[in-house]
Design a protein around this ligand. Structure first.
Ligand SMILES: Cc1cc2nc3c(=O)[nH]c(=O)nc-3n(C[C@H](O)[C@H](O)[C@H](O)COP(=O)(O)OP(=O)(O)OC[C@H]3O[C@@H](n4cnc5c(N)ncnc54)[C@H](O)[C@@H]3O)c2cc1C
Length: 189
């Protein structure tokens, strides 16, 4: 069984996977490859990087997650159930996975969340009024379902890449800290 399964390998899910894998947890990402950031020809507002294309940023995050030890699979998750604190995940190709912790980082895609019984509302931080957030979610991404975390816009945050990356990292750190029983910090030398 996986320690952590991340559904959605965009900015927030990829970032979460970097942290959980680096923290020693067996981590897998399932991603359908449609990160919104790939629509951005050049980003100028990602701190520390003067300018980068959305595709290059996404490729780098994926590379960092894999280098940290995460498995990365292209695919679509069709359904999620939780029985006795174990998540069962069914992919469109029929493959099944089991995980202790689940991170839903699917951004605009809310089907899985509705299937799990979450209520959705408009994310007021996005002016179009078309983007949803989950009701009852905590700032750290935790939800009413044990060991299930939700990131980024779905957690009611603003639509900016650095915020998505930071929230994913924060969720990853929370999970590693919970699993190891001590506050996780990643300090390179
Ligand atoms: C036109 C446009 C311009 C933007 N410009 C900027 C900008 O200049 N600067 C900036 O900071 N931000 C910008 N953004 C915002 C930025 O793209 C988002 O903040 C960021 O991508 C959100 O990250 P995320 O992880 O929440 O979602 P995403 O990066 O969108 O990732 C979600 C991932 O989940 C996957 N997924 C969904 N459902 C499933 C499923 N069932 N199974 C498997 N995978 C699934 C998708 O394929 C996708 O890869 C822009 C967005 C748009 C649309």
């Amino acid at each position: 069984m996986l320690d952590v399964l991340v559904i959605g390998g965009g900015i927030s899910g990829g970032s979460a996977a970097i942290y959980t894998a680096q923290g020693g947890l067996r981590t897998a990402v399932i991603d359908s490859g449609m990160s919104q950031v790939k629509q951005v020809s050049q980003l100028y507002n990602y701190p520390g990087i003067s300018e980068i294309s959305g595709t290059a940023l996404m490729d780098t995050i994926k590379h960092q997650a894999i280098a940290s030890g995460a498995e990365w699979t292209e695919g679509v998750v069709e359904s999620v159930t939780q029985i006795d604190r174990v998540f069962s995940i069914l992919l469109a190709d029929g493959k099944e996975l089991a995980a202790k912790h689940l991170i839903i980082a699917t951004n605009l895609q809310t089907t899985l969340l509705k299937g799990l019984g979450f209520e959705l509302a408009v994310n007021e931080k996005v002016p179009s009024g078309k983007v949803k957030k989950v009701l009852g979610i905590e700032p750290d991404g935790t939800t009413t379902l044990p060991n299930l975390y939700i990131t980024s816009l779905l957690a009611g945050l603003s639509s900016q890449s650095v915020i998505a990356a930071g929230h994913g990292a924060s969720v990853g750190i929370s999970i590693v800290s919970k699993e190891t029983g001590k506050s996780y910090m990643w300090h390179d030398k």
